[in-house]
Ligand binder design. Structure first.
Ligand SMILES: O=P(O)(O)OC[C@@]1(O)O[C@H](CO)[C@@H](O)[C@@H]1O
Length: 434
């Protein structure tokens, strides 16, 4: 087990983070070597076709970025002032890997009589595949911003066409869902389950191509279900932080569910990304657009939109809706290292709903936990409030399962952890520290 990344000495030991060099054939390797370059290439192509105002130099640079990732080049420090905080993450990771590589090399040399340790020398590369995936994936989106912002403007969202398309595609499924969501009663379990499966419809899984394939949950497998404990806790919550994930069906369903919470008197703070990342992740400007889509969808959508808007304007004493975009959510920081202001907001709420795969990876630190590791005891004992993790499995990190759940997952075939077919509803209720 490796020591905690940037944490202080008192932190418990944690397993290593996922990396492309975990091996050919691993999802992490394929995701970095193939999928990420295709996301960037697809973006370049979309901008060429959809955004005539985007200079051709931007398109060319995006293509070159895709090639650099595919060629597993070493990461270079970012240059734009808005990216300056990120370089510290890179420097720490490179320094930690250089130290680990030196140890591995020495061990391999001693054990193998002078032969170099392959993993050790790979670790020392400081490249897309060798550095922690959690860092390199964020890095790719910072590089994209560094290419587009100077020439397209600070507010330019290169994924705006993806997001619009995902929203348009979602309307049919949404129309079918909204009456059920609007008619939900005291038991919030069905709303929790609906919000979970909204996370299947995600664009980075399909490398930026919008499909309707994941809009239905009929073939989905709920591997771990803490609804029985989570639903009453959510029902009694006075204030909830809701960490959003993707635009499209997921955001639309989540807003409809949030409208139900507001109608019950629960205040909700929506937390989202300040910058465009992971293709379709929600930024503040996407929320009014989603509310408009809800309004135009059907009468239940219009009612939800009205509830959301009046809660945004509500004063003290009424259920309020607020939106916060925080840099934490676009940084490669792990949950254990969350900034103190985010920690305080979590601690002041009765529950934090954490949506999706990437936000789950942040909670686990994107580490190689045993799937049987205890969420509250080992993975996230630092949680300042009960966390409700609603995640479809689209990447390797996983914890908090029972032996039976692990066997059930394994019985589904080799890609059960990454295919988006399985979901988990996990309540992480570590003892509160007050
Ligand atoms: O957070 P989401 O939208 O659920 O999923 C995002 C994500 O799954 O997309 C890729 C899919 O494998 C991963 O890099 C990343 O974690």
């Amino acid at each position: 087990m490796a020591a905690a990344g940037s944490g202080e000495g008192a932190q418990p030991l944690r397993p290593p983070q996922l990396r492309g060099i975990d091996g050919k054939g691993t999802f992490t390797h394929t995701s970095l070597a193939v999928r990420l370059p295709s996301i960037v290439k697809e973006l370049a192509e979309r901008l060429r076709l959809n955004a005539p105002g985007v200079p051709s130099g931007v398109i060319d640079e995006l293509r070159r970025l895709a090639d650099r990732i595919a060629a597993d080049e070493p990461l270079a420090e970012l240059k734009a002032p808005f990216n300056s905080d990120y370089n510290q993450h890179l420097r720490s990771a490179v320094a930690a890997d250089a130290a680990a590589a030196a140890t591995e090399e020495a061990t391999a040399a001693a054990v193998l009589g002078g032969t170099k340790g392959e993993h050790g020398s790979a670790l020392a590369r400081g490249s897309w595949l060798s550095l922690p995936w959690w860092l390199t994936e964020h890095w790719a989106y910072r590089c994209i911003l560094e290419i587009v912002r100077p020439r397209c403007g600070d507010d330019f969202d290169p994924f705006q066409w993806h997001k619009k398309e995902a929203t348009d595609h979602a309307l049919g499924a949404l129309r079918a869902d909204l009456p059920t969501i609007a008619a939900s009663g005291k038991d919030l379990a069905p709303l929790i389950v609906r919000s979970l499966w909204g996370n299947r419809a995600d664009l980075s899984l399909t490398a930026g191509v919008v499909t309707a394939e994941h809009h239905s949950a009929t073939d989905a497998v709920l591997l771990h279900d803490d609804c029985a404990a989570a639903a009453p806790l959510l029902a009694s919550a006075r204030s909830v932080v809701w960490v959003l994930d993707n635009c499209g069906l997921e955001l639309l369903v989540d807003l409809a569910v949030v409208a139900r919470l507001l109608a019950r008197g629960t205040s909700v703070a929506l937390h989202c990304k300040p910058d465009p990342v992971f293709v379709s992740d929600v930024m503040p400007k996407d929320i009014p657009l989603a509310i408009e889509a809800l309004r135009g969808c059907c009468k239940e959508g219009a009612a939800a939109a009205a509830t959301l808007e009046s809660a945004m304007a509500a004063g003290p004493g009424a259920a309020q809706l607020s939106v916060l975009a925080h840099d934490y959510y676009v940084s490669p920081a792990e949950g254990i290292d969350m900034p103190s202001d985010v920690r305080a907001l979590y601690a002041a709420s009765d529950m934090v709903v954490v949506k999706g795969d990437a936000n789950y990876r942040r909670v686990t630190g994107d580490r190689h936990w045993s799937a049987l590791a205890s969420m509250a005891g080992q993975v996230a004992p630092w949680a300042p409030a009960p966390l409700l993790l609603l995640r479809t499995l689209k990447s390797g990190t996983l914890a908090g399962l029972t032996e039976a759940e692990l066997s059930a997952g394994e019985a589904l075939g080799p890609d059960w952890r990454v295919s988006g077919k399985c979901g988990v509803i996990q309540l992480v209720a570590a003892p509160r520290s007050e």
